[in-house]
Design a protein around this ligand. Sequence first.
Ligand SMILES: [Zn+2]
Length: 344
Amino acid sequence: MTGLSAVVGHRDVIARLRASRARGRLAPAYLLHGEDGIGKRTVAEAWTRLLQCRAPAGDPAEAEACGACVSCRHHAAGTHPDVFRLVPREEAATVAIDQIRELQAALPYQPLIASPRVVLIPDATLLRPDGANALLKTLEEPPAHALFIVMAPQRERLLPTIVSRCQAVRCSPPSQEAVIGHLTARLGLPAERARALFIQAQGRIGPAIQAASAPGEAAPPYEDVGAPSTIADAVRLLDLAQGIGKDQEALRGLLAWLTLWLRDVLAWRLTRDPDRVLHPDRRADLAWWADRLSTDDVLDLASGLHAVWTSVHRNLNPQLVAEAALLHIAQRVNAHPPRRQEIA
Ligand SMILES: [Zn+2]
């Protein structure tokens, strides 16, 4: 099991959680919010083990669960009676109201092994309105021995009344170095494969680890956009956008890929160093782009993508957004004749 020190990224969040434990000033409820797949649940589970450990090891700022006490042993066996997890039952899309009622019946009892009794809600957007309202009653008057860790990709998607009961903790995706470092050093993947997975997973550690254990998946169709023959071909770009159709997740994939590609173009422009790019195998394509875009062009395009990205969860048509993004980049790339190479 991952201890807090071994979690990839999230150093500020973990420092803050450890500090609130060390000061003995725990809030009754925390809301960890940040994109799916970046490790919120890993943080929450590791912190729960620490909170409930009978003999934590290390200074308060570095504290870890001991791994050996009765509480830690129950965690390892998956049998801890003082941990509740509100997740949809098998094949259900949402958490059922009776699961919340069961929790409300059980939670008031004193801890059996370890205090606080912790309620983990890995994705609170999976609570239906009736469930969220029922849960609200418990959040308003929680038993003194209870602690809630609510998680969600965006806090705007939760009832404001729930958010206001929680201490909000914003979680950011781990850095590229941290994710790739984990894939190479801990999971033993070759650097090239780790970089490919990082791109495929749009920089998210969870999906990257999942993909690492399920190899052989085809590269996404937009990998091809970096090829000069593709970006110069408006018909192919429109086909690609059509392939995205109404799929929000595919659009996010495309935008993430484009962002990383532009990042590589910039890195190549500035360094011409294959070790600095995520696509070292595509040096020729990167050089082609770098000859056609100035640093300002790349930064402009990247900030345009960022603006699109932040509006994605509004009700935009994914196909039209993809078309606009691709054609805008193509227009900029194809507008200039190649620049002279500034660095030989
Ligand atoms: Zn322990």
